[in-house]
Design a protein around this ligand. Structure first.
Ligand code: SF4
Length: 271
């Protein structure tokens, strides 16, 4: 039995307070929404109509721990100068206005490489989760679109790789010089190939780390973008998405816990 001590009470209260502070009313989609229950994402846009249950202190700390893992693993990569690591990079947006911030970018074999960290409750991850792969594919797609635009702006023929010195004296079709670009744009232009990615899992039970390189794939990227377009359409039309989950299994209910919108879907008694 867990004892209710003075310190535990403070830790629980502060965990909940921190979680509440971070909660904002939704105005846009996030890249990390990919693969979640579409209806859950939809509900978050309309808190007045679809109120969420307050999560418990333990769950609040699980979320907080996920953020701490990103900072710690990113810190390791930043210490290796050869990677030229930049943490927390905003991801370009298009008309869907999906907000995203990848955990970091680095130069691996002279290629623009995106890293995404995840902590997972498993002792041995053997393959990446589809939702995480989709999130990373979204990043890869958006950075590739930016890279294509930049290469077109500077008139770089397909298949060619320009070194920094090749840009000397070159003015882009928008009248920009290489030195006027921000550091992310410069990295995209100097990348040998389209952006690549890697999902890095830290296994909570044993602190093991497993990495999975993810290559850009047009079909997967199309699927991911279509998923976001579908959710956005439902939000714009204020139309609750149809979903087909069993009420007794994930993502509705798991290990003695349940989705914060469970009552919205199944009623107060889960009937
Ligand atoms: S209870 Fe299930 S169906 Fe309803 S929002 Fe949550 S995850 Fe989605």
């Amino acid at each position: 039995m867990v004892r209710d001590t003075a310190f535990k009470r403070v830790i629980d209260a502060q965990s909940l307070a921190e979680n509440q502070e971070k909660k904002k009313v939704r105005t846009s989609l996030y890249a990390s929404d990919y693969g979640n229950c579409m209806r859950k994402v939809f509900f978050q846009f309309f808190p007045a109509e679809y109120g969420a249950a307050v999560i418990d202190a333990r769950t609040a700390r699980v979320f907080s721990n996920g953020n701490a893992v990103h900072e710690r693993l990113g810190g390791y990569l930043a210490k290796d100068e050869s990677l030229n690591f930049i943490a927390e990079v905003p991801v370009p947006r298009d008309d869907l206005d999906v907000h995203g911030r990848c955990d970091g970018i680095a130069a691996v074999d002279n290629r623009f490489t995106i890293v995404e960290f995840k902590s997972i409750n498993s002792k041995g991850v053997t393959e990446p989760k589809e939702a995480h792969e989709g999130q990373l594919m979204f990043y890869l797609h958006m950075f590739k679109v930016s890279q294509d635009r930049l290469r077109e702006e500077f008139g770089i023929a397909e298949g060619l790789v320009w070194k920094k010195e090749d840009f000397e004296g070159v003015l882009s079709s928008k009248g920009r010089q290489f030195s006027e670009l921000d550091r992310i744009e410069q990295r995209l232009l100097l990348s040998e190939g389209v952006p690549a990615g890697e999902l890095v899992y830290e296994q909570k039970p044993n602190q093991g780390v497993a990495g999975f390189p993810i290559a850009y794939d047009e079909l997967t990227a199309e699927k991911v973008m279509a998923w976001f377009a579908n959710v956005k359409k439902h939000v714009d039309e204020k139309r609750c998405p149809e979903v087909h989950y069993a009420k007794s299994s994930f993502p509705c209910r798991w290990f003695g816990s349940r989705c914060e919108f469970y009552e919205q879907c199944y009623g107060p008694d889960g009937a």
